[in-house]
Design a protein around this ligand. Structure first.
Ligand code: ATP
Ligand code: MG
Length: 171
């Protein structure tokens, strides 16, 4: 399939339910320092990427790091589910503040596949009911992403597409 063309200075927001392959995709296509993840920030503030009570602090850190990276002119990839508009809004605001395009890469893979992978996660299993709720949120918001302010929206729908699509940084 065609490579995704992503501006070399942009805020890339990965959007996908637990188990959709966001962290795998980020690790394959971006350098570790370019990726800001909710799990990583939870680990930074709570020593435990599973500690849900650390979620508020973790996102505070994620947004702060993102703000500084964009101010420094550095491509940044946000690795969190971001299935809810309320999760995307502060990211779109940061991109706008720094006059950087926000690009959504949506991993809209079959719910059953994601649920199976999420349940099998050795470090942090996620229940099928949680994946289901996230999937409903994702589908409800998918068509509104451009209107929210994303400059580009790329949707990957199959395992083959997610694994076989390259990312070209342009400009
Ligand atoms: P979470 O929101 O829970 O962090 P995630 O979206 O980051 O989930 P990953 O951890 O990247 O998802 O992937 C979940 C599981 O699926 C992992 O075991 C990973 O190895 C597997 N996986 C991810 N992408 C692919 C792929 N393209 N082909 C096969 N397996 C994959
Ligand atoms: Mg992940």
């Amino acid at each position: 399939s065609q490579p995704l063309r992503v501006p070399a200075l942009s805020l890339v927001v990965l959007v996908g339910v637990a188990g959709s392959g966001k962290s795998t995709f980020a690790a394959r296509h971006f350098r570790p320092t370019q990726v800001v993840s909710s799990d990583g920030c939870r680990a930074l503030v709570a020593d435990d990427p599973r500690d849900q009570s650390a979620t508020g602090a973790a996102f505070e850190v994620a947004h702060l790091v993102t703000r500084h990276r964009l101010a420094n002119g550095l491509l940044t990839v946000l690795d969190a589910t971001s299935v809810e508009p309320a999760a995307r809004r502060p990211l779109l605001e940061l991109a706008r503040e720094h006059d950087v395009p926000a690009v959504a890469i949506v991993l809209d893979l079959p719910e059953e596949l994601c649920a199976r992978r999420a349940a099998e996660r050795p470090d942090r299993a996620v229940a099928a009911a949680v994946v289901h709720r996230q999937h409903m949120e994702l589908r409800a918001g998918l068509h509104g992403l451009r209107a929210e302010g994303f400059a580009a929206v790329h949707v990957l729908r199959t395992e083959a597409e997610a694994a076989g699509t390259a990312v070209d940084l342009v400009g």
